[in-house]
Design a protein around this ligand. Structure first.
Ligand SMILES: Nc1nc2c(ncn2[C@@H]2O[C@H](COP(=O)(O)OP(=O)(O)OP(=O)(O)O)[C@@H](O)[C@H]2O)c(=O)[nH]1
Ligand SMILES: [Mg+2]
Length: 281
């Protein structure tokens, strides 16, 4: 468990420079965090380079997360002074709530302009987040609200694509993406379980038993609902053997536990074993 996983290849450095440039064009960043792992899915470098901007934290995939934990995480970020909202990005009412929140963050800018006798300008925002957290989904939903929405506006260095979400809210159409560099294996594990990094970066057995042990500790009732033959005393190895047997994953008559682990992790990730948060507060 002491082995460190550092991964910051050249294209990541390029991405960071690109983001630093883009951040200069906006008033506000919409930082997407996975509601199931709000800390592990936060890229510290991204947060740092955008720290001087207005910020809305969106806890995405809240439909897959433990509602009680999501509520507590929202409080946690609020206490730190951030505007925060949780959302199922596939739900229109949640998209509408995000728009309202961003417009609210822009009110100050508009008041200032009006006070100076100038025309109020829309708040300009950009979306940031690690891979798979929902950036494209959110951009597409925000863009879809207006068909004639995409326009070219001159930016500092080149024309930036801006999506007009409303008269008070414009969105940069390309998100800032940075893969995390993993300080510890646990963080990498959580990102693998939730789908932000490829499973095969880590030993399958480790990810499988981590996920199982966690579910066993905090969501045992969910496990039994999905796999009624599981017992309290089952270790992860017992469990994966039983799952393989029950589903008929056999390799020359022997239980194929690797297959069972993959299927199990997939079911965890997609919410088939219930609403689960892998970071608790
Ligand atoms: N259940 C659920 N799924 C979501 C939500 N938001 C996004 N997804 C799904 O998560 C997956 C990744 O979403 P994307 O929008 O492609 O994520 P992204 O941040 O653009 O990912 P990259 O382009 O790889 O950086 C897709 O399968 C989405 O349908 C959500 O709120 N709830
Ligand atoms: Mg994307």
């Amino acid at each position: 468990m002491s082995q460190q996983i550092h991964w910051f290849p050249g294209h990541m450095k390029k991405a960071l420079i690109e983001i630093e440039k883009k951040v200069k064009l906006v008033d506000c960043v919409i930082e997407l965090l996975d509601a199931r792992i709000p800390l592990a899915s936060q890229n510290k470098t991204l947060s740092k380079v955008t720290e001087n901007k207005l910020r809305l934290i969106v806890l995405t995939k809240s439909d897959l997360a433990d509602p009680e934990m999501t509520k507590r995480w929202s409080e946690y970020f609020k206490e730190q002074g951030f505007a925060v909202i949780f959302a199922d990005l596939n739900k229109n009412s949640d998209i509408q709530n995000i728009i309202i929140k961003v417009e609210k963050l822009g009110e100050n800018k508009q008041q200032k302009l009006i006070a100076k006798g100038m025309k109020p300008q829309p708040i300009r925002a950009m979306i940031i987040g690690i891979p798979n957290v929902g950036k494209s989904t959110l951009i597409n939903k925000l863009a879809k609200r207006r068909s004639a929405s995409v326009q070219d506006k001159p930016g500092h260095t080149k024309a930036q694509q801006l999506i007009k979400v409303s008269n008070r809210f414009e969105l940069l159409d390309t998100p800032g993406i940075l893969q995390n560099s993993y300080e510890d294996k646990q963080q990498a594990m959580l990102l693998a379980i939730s789908g932000s990094i490829k499973m095969d970066i880590l030993p399958l057995n480790d990810v499988g038993s981590y996920a199982y042990d966690f579910m066993h500790k905090y969501y045992f009732a969910n496990l039994v609902t999905r796999y009624p033959y599981l017992e309290e005393k089952d270790t992860s190895f017992d469990a994966f053997t039983k799952i393989a047997r029950s589903r008929g994953y056999l390799n020359q008559g022997v239980e194929d536990t690797s297959k069972a682990i993959k299927v199990f992790l997939n079911e965890v990730k997609s919410g088939q074993i219930g609403k689960v948060s892998f970071e608790r507060i």
